[in-house]
Design a protein around this ligand. Structure first.
Ligand SMILES: Cc1cc2nc3c(=O)[nH]c(=O)nc-3n(C[C@H](O)[C@H](O)[C@H](O)COP(=O)(O)O)c2cc1C
Length: 369
């Protein structure tokens, strides 16, 4: 692990793609930490599906078009952005680098993209907000204690976050066997500092006929009613993260969400889920052309971004690669990783003959007859 912003020379010359960062990160991270980051739920079918579903899609290039007016700019939920590649909320970034989320947020500012601070960040949401002038959203895990949840929201508003992302697909942890087998636990000094002072849960006792999952862990899990209420309480536009069903996407907009992140949580929650890209076309069709849809899961190439946009995403989020890049070369690594993705997207758009994001439609993908 490097402990300061690394000079460019610390990025190995043969590190030229986002997946190269994953390879290099293994040498920079303790094996159990790597297993926690890289792993997914149970047999990792959801995790693998994210990759294979993207790989199955192919691009149909159009040649000899005028590209001189091309660019990757977009307007999204009131923001003007340079490109459609954001960093997903990822917890405990000090696992990868001592500067953790501070380094990642600075890299986002340099690459003109949006950083989404996790509720489980290892720096305080205020420290992260103060360390860069870039665009920042806050990701909320709804807490068992409603007042504490509201406190987190108010802190995010006061610290200058512009959007609130409520994650709805992980009311409890997935069964993360890879991390369990590796004996993962948080490294010393790494904790969810934003949850300090959280009121303790009441002591639960169960009768033999009750379930520790349903009557225990899930008894305080949020429902649509609570999400609708939180959206009303928020002065920030709310995006719901972790939706795969068209019916849930419709409900999200019906209760007042401004956007949806189509996601299977990087394959880390329930196993045997479809990839986000598998369900994206049906969700886009259900919600219509104007609604904001983001997508994540295995975005590692400019061509992956392109495929997601072709099937209806307005922008994509990148999860694990930010930790790999952080582990290898701190803020500089994250900025480099983002630049690789942005440039690959530009090359892909050029070679596919789609000068602007609006030109990337389903017709840009190859349909086998
Ligand atoms: C180590 C790790 C921690 C994560 N922490 C959070 C989190 O705190 N909140 C959240 O909504 N999603 C979290 N996610 C999920 C990501 O936001 C995102 O959905 C997922 O990583 C996308 O897949 P990818 O890693 O293949 O890009 C986490 C993912 C990883 C790998």
């Amino acid at each position: 692990m490097s402990d300061t912003l690394s000079p460019l020379s610390q990025i190995p010359a043969d590190l030229v793609s986002v997946s190269d960062y994953a390879r290099y990160a293994q040498a920079h991270l303790p094996p159990a930490t790597y297993a926690y980051i890289a792993g997914g739920g149970a047999d990792e079918i959801s995790l693998k599906r994210n990759r294979t579903a993207l790989d199955r899609l192919l691009i149909m290039p159009r040649v000899l078009r005028d590209l001189t007016h091309g660019g990757t700019h977009l307007q999204l939920l009131g923001q003007s952005l340079r490109h459609p590649i954001f960093l997903a909320p990822v917890a405990f970034q000090r696992l990868a680098h001592p500067e953790g989320e501070l380094a990642t947020a600075r890299a986002c500012e340099a690459l003109e993209t949006c950083f989404i601070t996790s509720t489980l960040a290892s720096y305080s949401l205020e420290q992260i907000a103060a360390c860069s002038q870039g665009s920042k959203w806050f990701q909320l895990y709804v807490q068992e204690n409603q007042d504490f949840t509201l406190q987190l929201m108010r802190r995010a508003e006061a610290a200058g976050y512009s959007h609130l992302v409520i994650t709805v697909d992980a009311p409890l942890h997935g069964i993360r066997n890879r991390a369990q087998r590796a004996g993962f636990s948080l490294l010393e000094g790494v904790e969810a500092v934003n949850l300090r002072g959280r009121p303790p849960l009441p002591q639960a006792s169960f009768s033999p006929s009750q379930s520790i999952v349903f009557q225990g862990m899930m008894s305080e899990a949020p429902t649509w009613e609570q999400i609708a209420w939180l959206i009303q309480q928020s002065s920030l536009p709310v995006i719901l993260k972790g939706i795969l069903s068209p019916a849930d996407a419709l409900q999200a907009f019906a209760v007042g969400a401004q956007g949806v992140v189509v996601s299977n949580h990087g394959g880390r929650t329930l196993d045997c889920l479809p990839a986000a890209i598998d369900v994206l076309p049906a969700i886009r069709q259900a919600v219509g052309v104007d609604k904001c849809l983001l997508l994540d899961g295995a975005i590692e190439r400019g061509t992956d971004v392109f495929k997601a946009l072709a099937l209806g995403a307005n922008a994509v989020l990148v999860g694990r690669p930010q930790l790999y890049a952080l582990a290898v070369a701190g803020a500089l690594g994250v900025a480099h990783m983002l630049r690789i993705l942005r440039e690959e997207l530009e090359v892909c758009m050029s070679l596919a003959g789609t000068p602007t994001l609006a030109d990337i439609t389903p017709a840009a993908l190859w349909q086998a007859d």
